[in-house]
Design a binder for this molecule. Structure first.
Ligand code: ARG
Length: 372
């Protein structure tokens, strides 16, 4: 008996020293549980451990013993939209967000790691005061953000809390040059108009926490003066306002993240960069960030998305910036922000994905907190 179990374990799951003690009311043959079966080939130690912990017995089919798995452990019930679904589309502040948002530029340069000059005109730089030198205040762009309308920048709470903010900049591309040029003759364009705008006030999510795990890492910056959207390099991004948009499955979708953060060459990039990264399912996310899930129900507690793969990640300095997807928005493909860069592995681009605040969960909070 022990020998058979050992053999099955070794051959099928590499689960060896397990005893099937746990009670489970969804104990199924592994092959009848696609959610778990998907994970069998995963080489991650945490994933292996989860499979091992879910083993609930064996069963004999045609004289061969097969492992059984507690399938419910791998099924996450969707509770994501329960609290917000109803009152968003009819929210009185929905009119404060521009309909003409997230416009996708036809002439973008595809495939490069640099963004195109006008590709992400909603990208904002958030700047903080780092000290004074010879009576002059020193500032640093420490985070990204996005323009959601002419008065508000969406960013991460940790970009705002404990910082003396100096202002925001919109329309920049290479922060080290006064004029940014791109393309080749006859499509050579230069841009030098930037908008540096002072901050009126910041609104940090009231339940933002860092410990025991980062929660509600989202904030709004209200500007002193409105952004002038008549410039080609200053436009708002769309938010997933519609129920339909908040209910599409993001699992495995390729999303774009953009920012001026650290690159693989371990320096902050003066030029806006972008990378396409896959959004992970809740199940996958859980392997890396178990503390964000309720151990009893398996439901996600923290409202986050995981995204990234080896060699593709956001990094330090990208915080507050967007994770975005092109989706249909009022029948037109537009760029919609689904995530805010929050945190991730110390070593950016490792197998552990980055964590993004799940914007779908905060649309109501955003609407509740903006003013005309
Ligand atoms: N908190 C970081 C920042 O200050 C964002 C880090 C994202 N890291 C990652 N590996 N995805 O910019």
């Amino acid at each position: 008996m022990i020998q058979i179990k050992l053999l099955i374990c070794l051959l099928v799951l590499h689960i060896c020293e397990h005893s099937f003690a746990k009670k489970c009311d969804s104990c199924k043959l592994l092959r009848q549980c696609p959610e778990a079966l998907n994970l069998v080939s995963d080489t991650n130690a945490a994933v292996k451990q989860r499979l091992k912990d879910a083993l609930c017995g064996t069963t004999t089919v045609d004289g061969v013993r097969h492992p059984m798995i507690c399938c419910n452990n791998f099924i996450t019930v969707s509770v994501r939209f329960a609290d917000t679904e109803t009152d968003i589309e009819t929210h009185e502040n929905i009119a404060l967000l521009p309909e003409n948002c997230g416009s996708i530029n036809g002439d973008r340069i595809v495939g490069g790691s640099y963004a195109n000059l006008y590709e992400f005109p909603w990208m904002a730089l958030v700047s903080r005061i780092t000290g004074t030198h010879n009576g002059k205040r020193q500032t640093q762009f420490h985070c990204g953000g996005t323009a959601i309308n002419s008065r508000y920048i969406l960013t991460a709470a940790h970009c705002v809390v404990g910082q003396r903010l100096a202002g925001i900049r919109i329309g920049d591309f290479n922060i080290n040059t006064p004029e940014d040029c791109q393309g080749e003759y006859p499509h050579f364009v230069c841009e030098q108009h930037i908008q540096d705008i002072r901050i009126n006030n910041t609104i940090v999510h009231e339940d933002f926490k860092v410990l025991p795990s980062v929660q509600n890492d989202i904030a709004l910056i209200r500007l002193k003066y409105p952004i002038d959207f008549s410039f080609k390099n200053a436009k708002p991004i769309c938010l997933p306002l519609f129920n339909k948009l908040r209910n599409i499955s993001l699992d495995g979708k390729q999303a774009t993240v953009a920012g001026w953060g650290i690159t693989e060459f371990s320096r902050a990039s003066p030029v806006l960069r972008k990378v396409e990264i896959p959004i992970k399912s809740d199940n996958e996310c859980r392997h890396y960030y178990d503390r964000n899930y309720d151990s009893g129900t398996n439901n996600i507690i923290n409202k986050i998305l995981c995204a990234g793969e080896v060699g593709k990640d956001s990094c330090k300095g990208d915080s507050g910036g967007p994770l975005m997807l092109e989706e249909l928005y009022n029948d037109i493909y537009r760029m919609i922000q689904f995530g805010v860069v929050s945190y991730g592995p110390q070593q950016c681009g490792s197998a552990t994905p980055g964590v993004y605040t799940d914007v779908r969960q905060y649309v109501k909070w955003i609407l509740d907190n903006i003013e005309p």
